[in-house]
Design a protein around this ligand. Structure first.
Ligand SMILES: [Zn+2]
Ligand SMILES: [Zn+2]
Length: 338
């Protein structure tokens, strides 16, 4: 089969590889589409502890092509999505029930071969049947699951004023979830363009364009919208400078959610006296592990709209072009098709 293989950071090739050999508890998935995620850009640089040689891709959807002898209930041809994250079940955190914090966390597309290929094999217990989601929508199940986990971490008090920085793919979903689950007002701040327009249509009451050359403009606008600040500020851009700025917009006893994916070596400066004096809470939310079924539920029932989030489909063999699009921040999200 053909697959996109990374032999080392930045060293990739679309080439023939042997077909995966199934174990008894695995299925073979014929990939229909696999989303390009910010995480894949980090893996490209060798961040996030990828195990090379690696076929990346962790937002996959396809059909069951074959199954191992111990697999039941997943007939050939069934359309499916699958949870790429898998905990070990026996480390310090797993036995406490904190499986997402597993010390031996495995992830298809990071530590095991993923979905940037014609076929992939995956443990059947990670697989979820789907009915009417299009492949474009189905690649958004994993990001939606991440956004749902973000909601759980955030623990949003109903009736709150919320500000989200960033309007990328999971930001679009998180904004919709917050609108449905407790945000009395929702403001989205991001550079002007299709992402900001979409979040305005899908969820936000107010959109504020960020102008990096003249940040005073958006700062003034946010102060007008919430003179006392916001109860919750979600940092969903992954830019350290925005994370620093988030503290200026949270009100007393407010919460900041660090949700974006930052470069591993990034650092931010904040004023500890300010955090102490105003009783600010800073929380982090990482990926997902047990919210997959509920994410699927939201999507299959049309409560979360992702149809316009995937803005382009690119053949997997043109991976370099997909990377260029991502780096130049064109469109919102790319799905790769084998
Ligand atoms: Zn992702
Ligand atoms: Zn574990």
């Amino acid at each position: 089969m053909k697959a996109l293989v990374y032999d080392a950071p930045r060293k990739f090739e679309y080439r023939d590889v042997p077909d995966p050999e199934l174990e008894a508890d695995e299925i073979l998935m014929k990939i229909q589409a696999c989303g390009l995620c910010g995480t894949d850009l980090h893996i490209h640089e060798g961040e996030f502890a990828p195990r090379f040689p690696l076929i990346p891709g962790h937002e996959f959807t396809g059909t069951v092509a074959a199954s191992g002898s111990a697999v039941t209930g997943l007939p050939v041809g069934q359309r499916v999505v699958a949870n790429s994250n898998m905990a070990c079940g026996h480390c310090f955190y797993c036995v406490r029930g904190d499986t997402l914090l597993c010390e031996n966390l495995e992830a298809y597309g990071v530590t095991r071969n993923g979905g940037f290929a014609e076929y992939m094999k995956i443990k059947a217990h990670r697989v979820f049947p789907i009915s009417h989601l299009s492949p474009r929508e189905a690649v958004m199940v994993e990001p939606t699951s991440c956004a749902l986990h973000g909601m759980e971490v955030l623990d949003l008090e109903p009736g709150s004023d919320v500000l989200i920085f960033g309007a990328g793919p999971t930001g679009q979903v998180l904004a919709q979830l917050m609108k449905m689950n407790g945000a009395a007002t929702l403001t989205a701040a991001a550079p002007a363009g299709p992402k900001l327009d979409l979040v305005g249509r899908l969820a936000a009451d107010h959109v504020v364009a960020i102008d990096r050359k003249d940040p005073e403009v958006h700062r003034r606008r946010l102060q007008e919208l919430a003179p006392k600040g916001f109860d919750y500020v979600i940092e969903a851009t992954g830019a350290p400078s925005v994370c620093e700025e988030a503290l200026n917009f949270v009100r007393r006893r407010g919460t900041i959610l660090v949700y974006g994916v930052y470069p591993e070596k990034a650092s931010v400066r904040f004023d500890p006296f300010d955090v102490f004096r105003r009783e600010i809470t800073i929380k982090g939310s990482f990926a997902q592990i047990d919210s997959f079924q509920r994410a699927l539920n939201y999507l299959e029932n049309g409560r979360i709209q992702v149809n316009e989030v995937v803005t382009q489909e690119i053949p997997l063999k043109d991976w370099g072009k997909a990377l260029d699009l991502a780096w130049s921040r064109q469109g919102i999200k790319t799905a790769l098709v084998p």
